[in-house]
Write a protein that binds this ligand. Structure first.
Ligand code: COA
Length: 239
């Protein structure tokens, strides 16, 4: 599994640890990384030993500074087509992933980096992190799901502000608006993420995945239909 150039994949007991690994480019997500993340995610989905996935960034400066801007506007059209395909499949797959996903963020989480983290169920960040969606400052919009996932996570007015201004927020402010679950000193980041993963692993995994599905799918439904979904999922669980 570690034959990848841009992603490190490690297995801890019941945990898949996925490290974005281009530290010299602040772990910017290039086409190759999307390609490799797609392969890793497929393997993690099919591996019965993996109950929880933790994403993190290599080096000490960034989780990820977003899409690789050096690839913007330079790729020939077949490459762009592949880029679009990977982008859609990866973010769609992550957003509907059945196993719990945790993002352990240190430093910058920008653009597609933050969007990847927003596909996760839980975001823990070091207290020196900075988060943002700078796409509009580059004449684009967030297109790895960010315009849709962000207003489902934080108050819509704050989501609009972050999407439209492209400004970054510090970890404490991101915690205040609900974009992060927890902020910890840098040296506690990974141990905290792991502790949370272990708490999840100690639970019944069918119940965990069913609860995740209820929360995720319910966000797109009116309350009455969400309650109906909850009833159906509960009976599917047989309890
Ligand atoms: N794509 C490709 N390379 C990137 C990158 C990205 N998104 N973000 C950073 N890098 C590279 C830089 O080009 C630089 O490479 P170099 O050392 O070969 O010159 C290296 O990472 C370090 O970045 P640098 O800009 O020197 O660090 P900084 O501390 O001055 O600034 C940021 C940090 C995050 C503010 C700045 O790198 C930045 O704004 N990056 C782009 C963020 C962005 O717009 N992402 C979304 C794209 S939609």
């Amino acid at each position: 599994m570690n034959a990848f150039e841009t992603v490190l994949y490690d297995k801890l007991p019941s945990i898949a640890l996925v490290t974005l690994n281009r530290p010299r480019a602040l772990n910017a997500i290039n086409i190759r990384m999307r390609d490799e993340l797609w392969q890793v995610i497929g393997a993690v989905r099919d591996d019965p030993d993996v109950q929880v996935v933790i994403f993190r960034g290599a080096g000490d400066r960034a989780f990820s500074a977003g899409a690789d801007i050096t690839e913007f506007g330079t790729a020939p059209s077949p490459v762009i087509a592949r880029q679009v395909r990977w982008q859609r499949d990866l973010w769609g797959t992550l957003a509907s992933f059945s196993k719990p996903l945790i993002a352990a963020i240190q430093g910058y989480a920008l653009g597609a980096g933050l969007e990847l983290a927003m596909c996760c169920d839980i975001r823990i960040a070091s207290d020196d992190s900075r988060l943002g969606l700078p796409e509009t400052t580059l004449g684009m919009i967030p297109a790895a799901g960010g315009t849709q996932t962000m207003p489902r996570l934080i108050p819509p007015a704050m989501a609009a502000q972050l999407c439209i201004t492209g400004e970054m927020v510090a970890a404490r402010d991101a915690l205040g608006i609900g974009l992060l679950n927890r902020v910890v000193p840098r040296d506690e980041l990974f141990p905290t993420a792991r502790k949370i993963a272990e708490k999840i692993i100690a639970n019944d995994q069918r119940a965990v995945r069913t609860a995740k599905e209820a929360v995720r799918r319910g966000l797109d439904l009116p309350l009455v239909e969400g309650l109906e979904l909850e009833r159906r999922l509960r009976s599917r669980l047989g309890k």
